[in-house]
Structures are given as structure tokens and as C-alpha cells.
Design a protein around this ligand. Structure first.
Ligand code: CAA
Length: 258
């Protein structure tokens, strides 16, 4: 696999693990990290031996935001002409599910990166926020949009306009994260979730991710029609035959991922 400087990349069976690795800057997301992260994630997305991605940071910080020191002197023309942050949009177009395991700070771009993932697990130490307002700017990797969809206008406005942090318990109550686990168990539990997903039928997993995401982009009637067509399509897969045969024969399925 390609060597990277700002992230660590490992394979754990069918799970592709990406660990943010700029500990001195609390994993602040600079341009190098963005480019390396997106390249590694796309490589896993293309790899037929990988069924699910897992993204994590350190115990102290998932990521404390975009790199403020890198952006400090940025001018409008450069930001606009280079379409600053645009590479992150590519993550939203990956087809395989991404699990985020968040401990410590997930602020600004860190919170936005977590929200670009599909399943969000938080350690009880996690702290989420969009503090850009305190820097005289606003979120730029989708925070005002994805946070609002995830937790509703009232809380999104509160968090974005005050820049306050929300702890893991509040984040779970608000619907931002699917589970909160003790910090010491985060890695193992997140890996278990990713391995579970990676063990399912790959075509069904991809269709499911696409179908859930369609709920954010279309009407209910269109979304249900879209789901129905994909459901019909699953009957063209070998994994549907295997999954249903295994149930009837009272044994675990052995998916061939096709
Ligand atoms: N960018 C660059 N460097 C950062 C950083 C960031 N977002 N966050 C932390 N660091 C650096 C600090 O500058 C410090 O470096 P030095 O040792 O060289 O001074 C190091 O990481 C450790 O940080 P602190 O000493 O501040 O650690 P702390 O424990 O006292 O505080 C913290 C932790 C509350 C998270 C604090 O670091 C902080 O507030 N960070 C900034 C959070 C933030 O504003 N994020 C939003 C960034 S803008 C953005 O993300 C835009 C967008 O939409 C994408």
C-alpha cells in the first residue's frame, strides 16, 4: 500500500482502517492530510477485498478541525479558485460504508469528517462542535448542512452560532451518534461493527448505503420506489441465494460478495 505521512493505513481482514496521525496538532486537517486521507479512502473503496472502512483518531482528538495555522493567511481568491476543501466532497461519493470511531475532540472539520461517515460511534470522552464562528468564519466541509440534517435546526443553530461543544451523551440524545461506549472499548467495538458490515453481502451493503442516503435527497414516494427496485435487484445476486439458503438450512451464511 502507498506510504502516507499524516495518516496510518491498515487492513484488518475486510476492514480498511485509516487513523489520523498528526498528534502534535490534535490531528488538524491540513491539505496534505486531506489529500492523503481521500487517496487512501478511495483506494480502499476500489479494493474488492475491503468491505467497510473505519476511521479513527487518537484518545485526545479525533480531529480538532481544519488546520487554522495553514488557513490563517489564506485570501479569498486562493480559497475560491482552488475550491478549498473540495477534495473532502469525494469522501461523500464513496460507495462502501465508513464507520467513524470518535474519541476526544471532533471540532470543526473534525466533526464534519465524522459526519461524512455512515456510522458514528463515540467514546464517552468525545466532544463535538462547530467552533468556526469563534474564528470569524463558518463551517466549510458541510457542517451547517449535515449537522442540521442530523440533529435539527434548533440544536444546529445553538452549536454553530455559539461554537459550544456538546459531549457524547448529548450527541447521542440528539441523534448525531449511534452509540456511546467507554473510551477503552471504542477501538474494539468500532472494529467489530466495521467487521460485521464487511462480512455482509457486498452488493447488498452498497445498495443499502445508497438507499439510506437517497432519503436525504428525494421525496418519500421516490425513495420507496428506489429502494423497491434495489430490493428486486438483490435477487440477481449469488449472496441472496446463499443468505436465504443459510437461513433455511439453519447455518451461518458464507457470502461471496457478488
Ligand atoms: N489547527 C491547527 N492547529 C491546531 C488546531 C487546529 N484546528 N487545534 C489544535 N491545534 C494545535 C495547537 O495550536 C497546539 O499546537 P502548539 O503546541 O504548536 O501550540 C496543539 O494543537 C495542541 O493544542 P492546544 O494546546 O490548544 O490543546 P488544548 O488541549 O489546550 O485545547 C482544543 C484543545 C480545545 C481542541 C484547542 O486546541 C482548540 O480550540 N482547537 C481549535 C478548534 C477549532 O477552532 N476548530 C475549528 C477549525 S476551523 C475549521 O475546521 C473550518 C472548517 O469548517 C473545516
Amino acid at each position: 500500500m502507498t506510504e502516507y505521512e499524516t495518516i496510518l493505513v491498515e487492513r484488518k481482514d475486510r476492514v480498511g482502517l485509516i487513523t489520523l496521525n498528526r498528534p502534535k496538532a490534535l490531528n488538524a486537517l491540513n491539505t496534505q492530510l486531506m489529500n492523503e486521507f481521500v487517496a487512501a479512502a478511495k483506494e480502499f473503496d476500489r479494493d474488492p477485498e475491503i468491505g467497510c472502512l473505519l476511521v479513527t483518531g487518537s484518545a485526545k482528538a479525533f480531529a480538532a478541525g481544519a488546520d487554522i495555522k495553514e488557513m490563517q493567511a489564506l485570501e479569498f481568491a486562493e480559497a475560491y479558485l482552488s475550491d478549498w476543501f473540495t477534495a473532502w466532497d469525494e469522501l461523500g461519493r464513496l460507495r462502501k460504508p465508513i464507520v467513524a470511531a470518535v474519541a476526544g475532540y471532533a471540532l470543526g472539520g473534525g466533526c464534519e469528517l465524522a459526519m461524512l461517515c455512515d456510522i458514528l460511534l463515540a467514546a464517552d470522552t468525545a466532544k463535538f462542535g462547530q467552533p468556526e464562528i469563534k474564528l470569524g468564519v463558518i463551517p466549510g466541509i458541510g457542517g451547517s448542512q449535515r449537522l442540521t440534517r442530523a440533529i435539527g435546526k434548533a440544536k444546529a443553530m445553538d452549536l454553530c452560532l455559539t461554537g459550544r461543544m456538546m459531549d457524547a451523551e448529548e450527541a447521542e440524545r440528539a441523534g448525531l451518534v449511534s452509540r456511546v461506549v467507554p473510551a477503552g472499548e471504542l477501538h474494539d467495538q468500532a472494529l467489530a461493527v466495521a467487521q460485521t458490515v464487511a462480512g455482509m453481502s457486498a452488493p447488498a451493503v452498497l445498495m443499502l448505503k445508497e438507499s439510506v442516503n437517497r432519503a436525504f435527497e428525494t421525496t418519500l414516494a421516490e425513495g420507496v420506489r428506489f429502494e423497491r427496485r434495489l430490493f428486486h435487484a438483490t435477487f440477481a445476486t449469488a449472496d441472496q441465494k446463499e443468505g436465504m439458503a443459510a437461513f433455511v438450512e439453519k447455518r451461518p451464511p458464507s457470502f461471496t460478495h457478488r
